[in-house]
Design a protein around this ligand. Structure first.
Ligand SMILES: Nc1ccn([C@@H]2O[C@H](COP(=O)(O)OP(=O)(O)OP(=O)(O)O)[C@@H](O)[C@H]2O)c(=O)n1
Ligand SMILES: [Mg+2]
Length: 420
């Protein structure tokens, strides 16, 4: 039998196994990945942060509580009814769940895919694999346990594509057929859970063919009603251009990989991709993304990029226009730049803007105010009002245009505007 210990794979548990009852099983992704890891060529992603799942025949919450207490780790009661609790260590999250059904085999039969339905007893090193998940791991295949299980939790329909993408697997033919026929059930799933899967599928270029297939199999149409096959083709263009721009402007490449929202893994590159899938009208896009429970920062990212795109399509921008462009773009600039080239705007046309953005001393993209609002109030003896904001803005523009460069000149310039 396949033995996790017969290999050079070491499973580092974040707690002592002595605290775990004799009849406890590790299940899910951790077992799957550990078995895959035995053969380095299967290894797709190395994980720093562990996510472990244990199934216990009884007292799951009690055991979790005890372990959390022992290590002063975080404790979250996820589901008191079904007895699921989470213990959060600095380098790992461990879920403890009450076994579903009268045996571990029954529990495994209720899961999503065979490769995720392998249990491992860390005390005895016994592997329980009633659905031949190991054989599917060797074939590198996502195979459903049954269509009924997919229907029980239709998010599993999307998990097939996400995990195939992450693991470099294929989806077995009957499974794919079942997914297609059950696709309409995806709308029964909480939007938040769908969003998490979408985000994983937007995260890397490996996933692009898989999100495209998920769309072709009708899993995404309810969420991106305006998307077409061209929209999905653009995702590949985003991946390719991100690499090309990153070669030319390394810092831009780095920024595109930065997270907008860490816990659920949205990068600026994902923002550019989302902008390809939603309606190009920012107001409509906003509604689509709200329904998918994207955060305000994520929605702002997409709508800002969409709003700025038409400006980049125009020829030469004046310094004044560039100043306002950067004011609006802010952090969203890298995503906007990628979106622009994907929409056939020439790299040469936006290169000067990229150079400005990456130069911290550039006044157009990173203005350093000559005067504060307070200083202007004192100098001109005017009250705080919207006019003040306008004057400060005109000072900034005049500075960008090289008309003024000292606080004194700024005051004189503002006085002239104010009095004239
Ligand atoms: N909708 C779901 C979610 C999870 N599971 C089961 O619960 C396990 C753990 O779930 P999760 O941590 O979400 O996924 P993993 O498969 O572990 O994948 P990863 O953590 O790598 O994303 C899965 O392997 C699977 O057995 C399931 O059957 N149906
Ligand atoms: Mg997991």
């Amino acid at each position: 039998m396949h033995d996790l210990n017969s290999s050079n794979v070491s499973l580092d548990y974040p707690f002592s196994l002595e605290l775990l009852p004799k009849k406890a099983y590790m299940v899910g992704g951790a077992v799957r990945d550990a078995l895959l890891c035995r053969d380095a060529k299967f290894r797709v992603s190395t994980r720093k942060y562990l996510d472990l799942d244990f199934v216990l025949p009884c007292d799951a919450v009690k055991v979790a509580r005890k372990i959390a207490k022992h290590y002063k780790a975080g404790f979250v009661l996820l589901d008191p009814q079904r007895e699921i609790a989470r213990v959060v260590f600095p380098q790992a999250t461990v879920d403890f769940a009450q076994q579903s059904g009268e045996s571990i085999e029954t529990d495994l039969h209720r899961r999503d895919f065979t490769v995720n339905a392998i249990a491992y007893n860390p005390h005895t090193q016994e592997i329980i694999d009633p659905l031949q998940g190991y054989a599917d791991l060797e074939r590198r295949m996502m195979r459903m346990i049954s269509p009924a299980n997919l229907k029980d939790d239709p998010l599993r329909l999307m998990r097939a594509y996400r995990q195939a993408a992450q693991l470099g697997f294929t989806i077995e033919t009957d499974t794919q057929t079942a997914i297609r026929s059950l696709a309409s059930h995806i709308t029964e799933v909480a939007a938040e859970r769908v969003r998490v899967e979408i985000n994983y599928l937007l995260l890397s270029s490996h996933s692009t063919p898989w999100i495209t297939r998920a769309w072709e199999d009708n899993l995404l149409a309810p969420f991106f009603q305006f998307a077409t096959s061209e929209s999905f083709a653009k995702l590949t263009a985003v991946d390719d251009w991100a690499v090309k721009l990153g070669e030319n402007w390394q810092q831009l490449g780095v920024k595109l990989q930065e997270y907008v929202r860490d816990s659920v893994k949205t990068t600026w590159l994902s923002i550019a991709k989302l902008a390809c899938l939603v309606n190009p009208d920012p107001e409509v896009a906003e509604i689509e993304l709200q329904k998918l429970t994207y955060s305000r920062a994520e929605i702002k990212g997409v709508t800002t990029a969409l709003k700025l795109l038409p400006q980049l399509k125009l020829s030469q921008m004046s310094l004044r226009e560039q100043y306002f462009f950067f004011q609006e773009a802010g952090f969203v600039f890298p995503a906007t730049a990628v979106l622009a080239v994907v929409h056939d705007i020439l790299v040469e046309a936006i290169a000067p803007l990229i150079d400005r953005y990456l130069n911290p001393d550039d006044l157009v993209s990173h203005p350093t105010p000559l005067l504060s609002g307070k200083e202007l109030i004192i100098a001109l003896e005017i009250p705080a009002s919207p006019l003040l904001g306008k004057l400060l803005m005109e000072i900034a523009v005049a500075q960008v245009e090289g008309k003024i460069s000292t606080p004194g000149e700024a005051i004189a310039f503002a006085r002239q505007l104010f009095e004239g």
